[in-house]
Ligand binder design. Sequence first.
Ligand SMILES: Cc1cc2nc3c(=O)[nH]c(=O)nc-3n(C[C@H](O)[C@H](O)[C@H](O)COP(=O)(O)O)c2cc1C
Length: 201
Amino acid sequence: MNKSIVLAITGASGIPIAIELLKQLLILDCEVHLVFSNAGIITFNHEMGTKLSINPEKCKENLALNYKLEKIDNLFVYRNSDWFSPIASGSSIGESMVICPCSMSTLAKVANGISDDLLTRAADVIIKERKNLILVPRETPLSVIHLDNMKSLSKLGVSILPPVLTFYHHPKDINDLIIFIVIKILNQLDIKHNLKKFWGN
Ligand SMILES: Cc1cc2nc3c(=O)[nH]c(=O)nc-3n(C[C@H](O)[C@H](O)[C@H](O)COP(=O)(O)O)c2cc1C
C-alpha cells in the first residue's frame, strides 16, 4: 500500500483533471478517500456528461465502470454530510489531501476555517494536524479576495497549484495538458510514478 490520500472534488471547472488524478492514485496503489461537494457533483455531471449518484456506493460503482478504475477496493467514497467519516477526525485522517478542482467558495471557506461540511472539515483537520494540503484552484481572472485567500493558505504551507496551460512540453492534445497537471500534483504528494517526464517538472 502506498499513501493514504483524501481527494475532494468541488464545483469548479477541471473535473477531467480530478478523474485522471483519481485513476493514477489508484494505479499507484494509494488508498483514496473521495468526497464531492454538492456543486462538485453538478459540475462533474455537466463536464463529464454523466449522472453520478450521490449514494456513495453507487457513486463508486459509476466511477469504476465509466472510468475503468483499477484497485477499487482502495477507494472509499463519502457523502459530504457524513460527519462520522474517518476523514472528519484528526486521529484517522490520511497523510495528504488534494482539493481538485478547488472552487473559490471552497478556497474562501478553507482559508477562513469554515468547516460546515465533511469536505471543508477534512481540509481544516489537515491544516490543524500540519499535514499536506494541495489546492488546485480554478478561476480567471482572480480577484483580490481570491488572491488574499490563497496567500493566507500559502503562508500556512498549503500548496497552491493552479491548473495552468503549459506549452514547453509540446502537448499534442488536452490529455497531455491534464497529465502534466497530474504529474505536478503527484510530485507535491511525493508519490513516485512512471508518467512521462516533462522537462522542468
Ligand atoms: C459548470 C460550472 C462551472 C463552474 N466553474 C467554476 C470555477 O471554475 N471556479 C469557481 O470558483 N466556481 C465555479 N463554479 C461555481 C461554483 O460551483 C459555485 O460557486 C459553488 O457554490 C461552489 O461550491 P463548492 O465550493 O461547495 O463546490 C462553476 C459552476 C458550474 C455549474
